[in-house]
Design a protein around this ligand. Structure first.
Ligand code: T1G
Length: 675
């Protein structure tokens, strides 16, 4: 046999092996190879059992997503899995790594499953806006019951092998280093026994579980189409025979596959992986070793940033000016870890191990032997320059010096050092130990190996890193500004904070501009002079309406931080409307979308044209992982493509915006920003 599938015999057991790097995706050649190998095993009288396993880092990690949207070569996966299950000789799936999606479906179609303890099984299709389309929604509830099937299919997170064993999804755990041998022994033991077929089992209805699950996840599933379809398929499995159930599953699958949401989520799947690639730098460039990290500032950002490295097992030296600030900062780090442990997501040993890697100090010189130093001090250029001047004099040559600035010019900061090639921006998002996005800001003189080192390091600390060029606000905040500016103008012309926020929440954002301002703090960047009132924000800040933290901002807040429209804010807005002389008109929701979201796309086009982002899909990744843009809309640039660039240009021109030349050109040529 040639191609990714090979077979070898162990006496009367035929072992079918897939070797299709990087993740044994079930592409056409793999499916065809498995089909002919199983057929060979079925007709060969000397074969009494079969084992299916994979070489490389994982069992089949699913259908080959790059084949979606193209004509599918035979055998399609649903046919292949039914053929495997129909075989009249025991077939054992031997699982290591992650048996995901179609890979998990192949396993469930086998008569038996054996897995190493470190293996995981899952149905991540819902994260691609899909559902298991090869019998997974029908076999899983028959083997493991409705509650677990709901969780696996509608949430999409993999489960550990041990839990799969306890739930009846797999039959046995193998030795971590003896998977094939254990699988062959197991298969041999099943020869001549009645063959269990998952599709022949019944799935017991559990309406209470369905209702409880749907209720408990209503907020999480808001706006998504796929979770509901997954739930419907699992319920169908309890109502009709397998053959009818897979018909229903297929129909639901095709509807989702043809939909915009799945296209958007698949776009983000590949965009996220592409973002880690740096144009013009070889993948095998030599990276610098990062064994010890320094963090300057133990405030909210400094503490969160440090936790990322501590959790990855990298020692951190954190520096502060005053003991009280240092103690407060390290105290918050421990409290955050203990809170995670209290939720059962960390053990006390893991908390102590992480805290054991932290060295708090008031001594700046303690940073001398760090491989990377990240500055997270007050957002002021003079303060940043002073810090980098000191770092330049103290830290060893070859170390990387990074600033966590959200807006400021990295080139200007680098210029105060004698080693601008070792300087770049690492813009974390608050809370830095939670938010996945990291904007890696490439300075004009940043060395290739410095950039590549930080991009690779980002993966180690579980961040999604995106390269951004030096400009005010980099990618994310730069696109946020026109939105905020327009939101304020719309207030002057007749809209209310509630109306504007509702449009954004209905669009799928976690919150609107005004709710976001209340969360971050209305007083951020405020000049702190209550007598100087130049705009609405000054007026709010002067009245200590600083947002959720003072239980009053653009909204009033109750003890549970639930927002309610504020009559006082309505008064203030009215006063400024009168002062501004702005023409009042009835502001529609459509106008709010055109004037707050379209300008973001326009700014994205400017960023691309200036080369401040490598590709449009990077911009989408920034907004998905940094600002909560709904993943089922694929990010601002993908969304613009689905809206139609001509419509975006027309909307911008209608409201008097200067349309970015790149956007105009693409609209005229009928081109898209994203593939
Ligand atoms: N198809 C095609 N390419 C894939 C792929 C897949 N399923 N999975 C990964 N890749 C590529 C990926 O783009 C990257 O490429 C490289 O492999 C390494 O991936 C009918 C319809 C397995 C946990 O959703 O979650 O089955 O960037 O960087 O961090 O019911 O990949 O190097 O060029 O992510 O170690 C369901 C998707 C499909 C699993 C490994 N399966 N993959 O993570 O590596 S739908 C999934 C993952 C389906 C059926 C339905 C992860 C991973 P490149 P990586 P990793």
């Amino acid at each position: 046999m040639t191609g990714p599938i090979t077979t070898h015999r162990h006496g009367n057991v035929l072992v079918i092996v897939s070797d299709n790097p990087p993740v044994n995706a079930l592409g056409a050649a793999v499916r065809q190879g498995i089909e002919s190998a199983v057929k060979e095993g079925v007709v060969d009288d000397t074969v009494h059992a079969m084992v299916i396993r994979c070489d490389g880092r994982t069992f089949f990690a699913g259908a080959d997503i790059t084949e979606f949207g193209k004509p599918m070569a035979e055998p399609v996966l649903p046919i292949l899995v039914d053929m495997i299950e129909a075989a009249d000789k025991p077939i054992v799936a031997a699982i290591h790594g992650t048996a995901l999606g179609g890979g998990c479906e192949v396993a469930l179609a086998c008569h038996y499953r054996i897995a190493v303890p470190s293996a995981k099984l899952g149905f991540p299709e819902v994260k691609l806006g899909l559902l298991p389309g090869a019998g997974g929604t029908q076999r899983a509830p028959r083997l493991a019951g409705v509650p677990l099937a709901l969780e696996m299919c509608a949430k999409g997170d993999p489960i550990a092998a041990k839990r799969a064993l306890d739930a009846g999804l797999i039959d046995k755990l193998a030795g971590e280093d003896s998977l094939e041998a254990d699988a062959i022994t197991f298969a041999r033991g099943m020869i001549g026994k009645p063959l269990p077929r998952a599709s022949h089992k019944t799935a017991k209805p559990d309406p209470q579980a369905v209702e409880a699950f749907t209720k408990a996840n209503a907020r999480r599933f808001r706006g998504f189409e796929a979770p509901e379809a997954n739930i419907a398929c699992v319920v169908k499995a309890t109502e009709v025979p397998y053959e009818e159930g897979v018909q229903f599953e297929r129909q639901q699958f095709m509807e989702l596959m043809m939909g915009v949401q799945s296209a958007a989520q698949r776009h983000i799947f590949f965009a996220e992986r592409k973002a880690s690639k740096i144009d013009g730098i070889a993948d095998d460039i030599r990276l610098r070793d990062i064994k010890k990290v320094g963090v300057i500032g133990a405030g909210t950002m400094g503490g969160g940033i440090s936790m990322n490295f501590l959790s990855a097992g990298i020692p951190v030296t954190i520096v502060e000016m005053q003991q009280e600030a240092l103690d407060r900062g390290t105290g918050i780090i421990r409290k955050n870890y203990e809170a995670t442990a209290a939720k059962g997501r960390l053990t006390a040993e893991q908390v102590d191990k992480a805290m054991g890697l932290l060295t708090p100090t008031l001594d700046f010189d303690a940073l001398a032997d760090c491989d990377l130093v990240i500055e997270a001090v007050y957002e002021n250029m003079d303060v940043k320059k002073e810090v980098f001047t000191r770092l330049d004099g103290i830290v060893k040559q070859g170390a990387i010096l990074a600033s966590n600035t959200s807006y400021l010019n990295i080139n200007e900061i680098a210029a105060v050092t004698k080693r601008p090639q070792d300087v770049l921006g690492m813009h974390f998002f608050s809370p830095a130990n939670v938010m996945k996005l990291l904007e890696v800001v490439r300075g004009d003189k940043t060395a290739d190996d410095v950039l590549a080192t930080v991009m690779a390091l980002a993966k180690k600390i579980r961040k999604v890193a995106v390269v951004a060029g030096v400009c005010y606000g980099f990618v994310g905040n730069r696109m946020l500004m026109p939105r905020q500016v327009e939101a304020m103008k719309l207030l002057m012309e007749g809209a209310t904070p509630e109306q504007i926020d509702k449009v954004h929440v209905d669009f799928g954002m976690p919150m609107g501009p005004f709710q976001m301002s209340d969360l971050a703090g209305v007083d951020i960047g405020w000049h702190r002079d209550p007598s100087r009132i130049e705009n609405i924000r000054d007026a709010l800040a002067a009245e200590k309406r600083w947002g959720q933290k003072t239980k009053a901002g653009w909204y009033d807040y109750d003890d549970k931080r639930n927002p309610s429209p504020s009559p006082r804010v309505a008064e203030i807005i009215d006063e400024f409307r009168k002062k501004s002389g702005a023409t009042q008109h009835v502001v529609t929701d459509e106008e709010i979308v055109e004037r707050t979201l379209y300008p973001m796309v326009n700014e994205g086009a400017l960023i691309l044209a200036e080369g401040k982002a490598q590709r449009a899909s990077d911009i989408d990744v920034v907004w998905i992982y940094g600002y909560g843009w709904p993943v089922y809309r694929g990010g601002p640039m993908f969304w613009a493509d689905t809206e139609g660039l001509k419509k975006i240009v027309a909307g911008l021109e209608k409201h008097g915006f200067d349309v970015a030349p790149l956007l105009k050109a693409k609209a005229e040529k009928g081109e898209r920003f994203t593939a």
